[in-house]
Design a protein around this ligand. Structure first.
Ligand code: NAP
Length: 257
């Protein structure tokens, strides 16, 4: 079996290592958004495919038997394309999505359906300084807000429109409670804005906000495309991949015999 692994996450790098250990041929695919990406082990390709049709052609031409979608929970377009392309070709698609964060006692979360809704909530917030961790590519919707001071953390510098009053922190995590608390205190932030990415690598900011009694605007995940069922972790995704491979082998031997 040959696997295309859609990546850009820690889970994808873990999967690449596990596939290599198991001797399963795989190609990891990255979008090419980050200047110096953390590369997975094994073969890597970088850049878009050209939509669902382009991805389907890539899968067909490369002789791939399965797709593992370990992209970020907010990377909705590539997951939609993968669902379409795999549907067209009858190739199994196995998605892995770390569970979303959920509010704990002491949290003061304000739900936002998407980034635009989060920006509208910030505009109405009476405080001054906002810690914004939604990523450099989602900055444009905050750019027109001249009333607030934004502390923006991103992996690479933003390229499009940004808020007029912005302090940029370039970092890629993982982060810890002491560091996150220090950022909030040092910059006098009264509000945290985050996507509900889930997972442990970037969760410390939530504990920091809780301990300081700060509100958090929590942007909800986009829904998975109809018919895509995600596994919660790398082990479960690998089990499903191996089940799909066994099923494929059974079907091939049934049609041979
Ligand atoms: P997106 O909106 O779902 O995708 C936009 C386009 O980028 C896709 O249509 C596809 O182009 C290309 N693309 C995305 N992921 C790709 C991949 N793994 N391999 C090849 N092409 C890919 O995705 P995004 O939100 O821009 O995220 C881009 C990448 O960064 C993803 O791989 C994701 O795992 C990672 N990431 C995203 C976030 C986030 O907050 N969105 C956070 C951390 C990491 P074509 O249509 O031309 O194929």
């Amino acid at each position: 079996m040959r696997v295309l692994l859609l990546g850009g996450t820690a889970e994808a790098r873990q999967l690449a290592a596990r596939l290599a250990d198991a001797g399963i041929p795989a190609v990891s695919s990255l979008a090419g958004r980050v200047r110096n990406p953390r590369l997975p082990v094994g073969e890597v390709r970088i850049g878009g495919f050209g939509g669902a049709d382009g991805l389907a052609a890539y899968l067909r031409d490369g002789g791939f038997d399965a797709v593992l979608d370990a992209t970020h929970p907010f990377a909705a377009a590539i997951t939609r394309n993968a669902a379409q392309a795999c549907g067209m070709l009858g190739v199994p698609l196995i998605a892995v999505r770390r569970p979303a964060w959920s509010a704990q006692p002491g949290d003061d979360w304000i739900p936002a359906t998407d980034i635009a809704a989060a920006a509208a909530l910030v505009r109405d917030w009476p405080g001054r300084t906002v810690f914004l961790t939604t990523g450099r590519r989602d900055l444009a919707v905050f750019a027109g807000d001249v009333r607030h001071r934004y502390i923006v953390r991103a992996v690479d510098p933003p390229e499009g429109p940004v808020p007029a009053d912005m302090t940029l922190i370039l970092d890629r995590g993982p982060y810890d409670l002491a560091g996150e608390t220090a950022i909030l205190i040092e910059h006098g932030a009264g509000l945290l804005v985050t996507k509900n990415s889930g997972g442990g690598l970037t969760a410390a900011k939530l504990a920091a906000a809780r301990s300081l009694g700060l509100p958090v605007i929590m942007v909800a995940r986009p829904p998975l495309p109809a018919g895509v069922v995600a596994e919660a972790d790398v082990d479960a995704a690998l089990r499903r991949l191996l089940d799909a491979a066994d099923q494929g082998a059974d079907e091939a031997s049934a049609s041979d015999g």
